[in-house]
Design a protein around this ligand. Structure first.
Ligand code: SF4
Length: 235
């Protein structure tokens, strides 16, 4: 976390899945905010954001049937069909095969920074209930993400917002200093864009980031996203 993680690359099915944690919680961000869901956090990320608030490096390995069984059993025991795949970067893992195996027993949501696309994921959109929320951390995102993303989430930090559109400027990546760089801008309706104050683990900075996100929402019509799982005190 905090941009200190090793850079990870795409994995194939032959390597199985390295999973950091699986748990039931309330989705606190984006279009499913407030809804109970099963979260699957994969290990590893291909980016290094300086303010990353997630520990994702550690994990244990599961093969495809083991992981699908574990998710199925949690869906059955909790009654929650929504499954959120997050990370790290979940797109580093063969999600197409996993979601195909889960098939219509779940509604899947993938949270991604949008720089990679796993082979075979296109096929699941024909038969599974799956949505993508992209939170850009780079100036470009993968063309498939642009095609398939249902919602876009931008992390807002005071002093790093373009007054022309209320969205982030400046690099998020450790070791890259470019204060005028724009992160990828989604060409979509403002109500599919979520602006979320950055949690910098500092009450004064967080209050300023919140104010900036509120202003962005009021000026440009974006949705305010407040990480309500943290407000509710659930993991
Ligand atoms: S893309 Fe997300 S998980 Fe990866 S380093 Fe950035 S904030 Fe952390």
């Amino acid at each position: 976390m905090l941009g200190m993680n090793p850079i990870d690359g795409p994995h194939t099915l032959s390597e199985d899945f390295k999973v950091n944690s699986i748990w039931r919680t309330i989705q606190g961000e984006g279009p499913w905010s407030g809804l109970p869901a099963i979260f699957v956090r994969f290990s590893g990320c291909c980016l290094r954001c300086t303010w990353c608030d997630t520990s994702f490096e550690t994990g244990t390995w599961r093969n495809l049937p083991m992981l699908a069984d574990e998710i199925h059993s949690l869906v059955r025991s909790t009654g929650h069909r929504r499954v959120v795949f997050t990370g790290g970067e979940p797109m580093l893992w063969p999600l197409g095969e996993l979601i195909t195996m889960l098939h219509d027993s779940v509604e899947a949501q993938i949270e991604t920074a949008g720089t990679v696309w796993p082979e075979g994921l296109d096929r699941v959109f024909e038969r599974a209930n799956v949505s993508i929320v992209c939170s850009p951390k780079t100036p470009k995102v993968h063309p498939k993400i642009i095609h398939y993303a249902d919602a876009w989430k931008y992390i807002i930090r005071v002093g790093c917002v373009d007054p022309q559109d209320g969205l982030p400027i400046g690099s998020t990546q450790r070791g890259v200093d470019n204060p005028t760089q724009k992160l990828y801008r989604a060409d979509t309706s403002p109500n599919k864009i979520f602006v979320q104050p950055c949690d910098e683990d500092d009450p004064r900075k967080n209050a300023a980031n919140l104010q900036e996100a509120v202003l962005s929402s009021l000026r440009f019509g974006y949705r305010l996203s407040l990480q309500i799982h943290k407000i509710a005190g659930v993991p």
